[in-house]
Ligand binder design. Structure first.
Ligand SMILES: Nc1ncnc2c1ncn2[C@@H]1O[C@H](COP(=O)(O)OP(=O)(O)OP(=O)(O)O)[C@@H](O)[C@H]1O
Ligand SMILES: [Mg+2]
Length: 395
C-alpha cells in the first residue's frame, strides 16, 4: 500500500515537472515567434527603404520618382493591406493604390535647405486604432522619418541639377551673345563708313537742280533707308561696346524719373497707369546715360506690349549687395518659347520698321558691362517683369 502511494506521488511530481517544462517551452516558442515577427517587420522595412533608395538613384523625373515611392511606402508597414500613403510636394499630391484618408495617421515633413516643401503621410484603416491608441510601431515612425529624409535629399539633388543646367544654359547664352557682339562690332564698324558715304551722297545729289521728280523721290527713299540702317548700326555698336563707361554716383530713383518724363504724357494718352514703388535712398555707381538707355528701352517695350492700356510698375528695392529695379507691365506677355530668345540680337516680333530686335541686346550688354544681371519672367496674356540687378555703391 505504501509502495503504491510513493509511486503516485512520484508520478504527480513528474507530471508537475513536465507541465513546468511545457510552460517554459511555450514561453520560448512565443518569444521565438515574436522575434521572427520582428525580424519579418525589419526585413519589410529594409526592403521598402532599399527600393525607395534605388528609385532615388536612377529616376531623373521628380514626378515619376515620387509616384513610385508613394506606391512602395505601405509595403514597409506591418498592416500593409490596411494602409496607404500620400506625398505632398508643392502643389502636387501623389497617392498609393486604393488611397483613403483616415484619422489614424502618421506624418513627416519634407524640406529642402531647412524650408518645408511638403510632407509624407501614412494612413491606417480606423479599426486598427481600436486595440491601442497608437497602432504604429516605434520602428515605423523611424522608417517614415528615414523615407522623408531620402525624399528631401532627392529633391535637393534635383534642385541642384536644375540650377546647374540653368547656369550652363546661361553661360552658353552669354558666350553666344559675346561672339555675336564681337561679330556685330566688326560688321558695324566696316559698314559705318560706306553707309555714311551713301547718306552724304544721297543728300548731296538730292540738292542738284533739274532732277526729275522720280529721281528726287528715289533719293529720298535712299536717305531714309540709310538713316534707318545707321540706327541699327548705332545700336549694334552700343550692344558690343565693352568699355568707355563714364561711371558716377547715381540715385537710381532720380534716374528713373529723368528717363521716363518724356514717356509719361504718352502713357496717359494710351491709358497706361504708371505706378512707382521706390525704396529710398538707393545709390549705385554707374554710367547714367547707359542706365537711362536701359530704363528707356525696357519702358518702351512695356508700353508697346500694352496697346489697349494697362499698368506700368517701377519698383526699386535692395538686398545686401544689389540695387534691384523691376519694370512690370500688364501687357500681352511673352510666349514661353520666346523667353530665351528675347535678348538675342535681331529677335523681334514687331513689324518691319517698328522694331529692330536690338533694344534688349543693348540692355543686356550694358547691364553685363556694369557687372549686373537681368532676368525676365512673363505670363502670356497677363504681363511681363524685367528685373535688373546692379551692384550697390561700395560693392
Ligand atoms: N515687355 C514686353 N512685353 C512683351 N514682349 C516683350 C516685352 N519686351 C520685349 N518683348 C519681346 O522681345 C522682343 C525683343 O525686344 P527688343 O527690345 O530687343 O526688340 P524690339 O522691341 O522688337 O525692337 P527694338 O530694337 O526697336 O527695341 C520684342 O519684339 C517682343 O517680342
Ligand atoms: Mg525694344
Amino acid at each position: 500500500m505504501e509502495i503504491k502511494d510513493t509511486r503516485v506521488v512520484e508520478q504527480q511530481q513528474q507530471i508537475k515537472k513536465l507541465q513546468k517544462q511545457n510552460k517554459k517551452l511555450q514561453r520560448f516558442y512565443d518569444e521565438y515567434k515574436r522575434v521572427c515577427r520582428n525580424e519579418e517587420e525589419r526585413i519589410k522595412e529594409l526592403n521598402c527603404l532599399y527600393q525607395i533608395a534605388q528609385y532615388v538613384v536612377i529616376e531623373n523625373d521628380t514626378d515619376v520618382a515620387l509616384d513610385k515611392i508613394v506606391h512602395i511606402v505601405p509595403q514597409g508597414w506591418q498592416h500593409t493591406n490596411e494602409s496607404c500613403a500620400r506625398i505632398t510636394f508643392k502643389d502636387n499630391k501623389y497617392h498609393s493604390s486604393d488611397f483613403f484618408e483616415s484619422k489614424v495617421t502618421q506624418s513627416e515633413k519634407i524640406s529642402i535647405d531647412k524650408k518645408i516643401v511638403g510632407a509624407i503621410e501614412v494612413f491606417y484603416q480606423p479599426e486598427l486604432s481600436l486595440e491601442t491608441n497608437d497602432p504604429f510601431l516605434i520602428e515605423e515612425r523611424d522608417l517614415l522619418k528615414g523615407i522623408a529624409n531620402i525624399i528631401s535629399f532627392y529633391l535637393r539633388k534635383q534642385k541642384d541639377d536644375e540650377n546647374r543646367k540653368l547656369i550652363q544654359q546661361q553661360l552658353l547664352h552669354a558666350d553666344r551673345l559675346a561672339s555675336i557682339g564681337q561679330l556685330a562690332a566688326g560688321v558695324a564698324h566696316e559698314l559705318n563708313e560706306p553707309l555714311g558715304n551713301i547718306l552724304g551722297l544721297a543728300q548731296l545729289s538730292s540738292k542738284l537742280s533739274k532732277l526729275p521728280n522720280q529721281a528726287k523721290k528715289d533719293l529720298g527713299k535712299i536717305e531714309d533707308c540709310a538713316i534707318y540702317s545707321r540706327e541699327i548700326i548705332k545700336k549694334l555698336m552700343e550692344f558690343s561696346r565693352q568699355s568707355n563707361l563714364c561711371k558716377e554716383k547715381i540715385d537710381l530713383n532720380e534716374l528713373i524719373e529723368n528717363s521716363i518724363t518724356f514717356l509719361e504724357a504718352r502713357c496717359i494718352k494710351e491709358g497706361i497707369e504708371i505706378v512707382k514703388q521706390y525704396t529710398k535712398p538707393i545709390t549705385i555707381i554707374a554710367d547714367p546715360n547707359q542706365i537711362k538707355q536701359v530704363i528707356t528701352n525696357l519702358t518702351i517695350n512695356a508700353t508697346q506690349a500694352m496697346k489697349t492700356g494697362g499698368k506700368l510698375i517701377f519698383n526699386t528695392r535692395k538686398d545686401s549687395k544689389n540695387a534691384i529695379l523691376s519694370i512690370e507691365d500688364t501687357g500681352i506677355g511673352i510666349p514661353c518659347e520666346n523667353i530665351s530668345k528675347t535678348f538675342m540680337p535681331f529677335f523681334t516680333t514687331k513689324d518691319v520698321g517698328e522694331g529692330t530686335g536690338l533694344g534688349l541686346s543693348v540692355v543686356y550688354g550694358i547691364i553685363k558691362n556694369h557687372n549686373g544681371d537681368i532676368k525676365v519672367s512673363s505670363e502670356p496674356g497677363k504681363g511681363t517683369i524685367f528685373e535688373v540687378c546692379l551692384p550697390l555703391e561700395g560693392n
